[in-house]
Design a protein around this ligand. Structure first.
Ligand code: E4P
Length: 221
């Protein structure tokens, strides 16, 4: 399972890079606007630094659904780096834009997917990634993980190359469930990736080993 980090915060991205756990990054207008407010940087520069740090797919979302404007934005964003992947929402307009970008060899992340039908359209149009927003489905009392199950099954049935990029992750159990279903990628918020390593028995175990070693003035040689 590949890990993308769901953030535009460069400090978080650098940390997780150091941990050796990052294969890519997803941003969206909300995440970028947070980082613009925090740093006062232009989004272009923020994305450039992210691409230089990660050297893996970095999603940036077009902010217009008008066809010509969106394609122009996508072309401009791609000038930042070959790692930029363009996010387009799973509406008819977004799908038309995605199809054009695919024709131009620009990788697409079809975003805001909330149904298996939208996921089928994303695969048919040749998106590289398809992003089901599972947390937002859970938020309205639906079963987000069921959508992941449907997508993995359908993509396997037809041998679609589009990768399921599980998004809107809220807690570590989401990652376990997505992994059990065989989803290729999870895009994970920083706090959740940190929580993945936490277990009280691990902390207890370390404490006990340290104490026992101290008793014999632990020295190997
Ligand atoms: C993914 O690409 C999205 O940016 C993200 O996962 C959305 O998550 P949210 O529902 O927590 O905003």
């Amino acid at each position: 399972m590949k890990f993308f980090l769901d953030t535009a915060n460069i400090d978080e991205i650098k940390k997780v890079s150091e941990w050796g756990l990052i294969d890519g990054v997803t941003t969206n207008p909300t995440l970028l606007s947070k980082e613009i407010k925090r740093t006062g940087e232009k989004p272009f520069n923020i994305l450039k630094e992210i691409c230089e740090t990660v050297k893996g797919p970095v999603s940036a979302e077009v902010t217009s659904l008008e066809f010509n404007e969106a394609v122009k934005q996508a072309e401009k964003l791609r000038e930042i780096s070959k790692w930029i992947t363009i996010k387009s929402p799973a509406t008819i307009e977004g799908i038309k834009i995605a199809g054009e970008l695919v024709k131009r060899n620009i990788p697409v992340n079809m975003t805001l997917i909330f149904s298996a039908n939208q996921a089928i359209l994303a695969a048919r149009v040749g998106a590289t990634f398809a992003s089901p927003f599972i947390g937002r489905l859970d938020d309205i009392g639906k079963d987000g993980m069921n959508l992941v199950y449907e997508m993995v099954t359908i993509y396997n049935n037809y041998g679609f190359d589009t990768e399921v990029l599980v998004s809107s992750i809220r807690h570590p159990q989401h990652i376990v469930e997505a992994a059990l279903l065989g989803a290729g990628i999870a895009t994970i918020p920083f706090e959740v990736i940190e929580k993945m390593s936490k277990h009280p028995l691990t902390d207890c175990g370390i404490e006990r080993f340290e104490k026992d070693w101290e008793e014999v003035k632990g020295s190997w040689f």
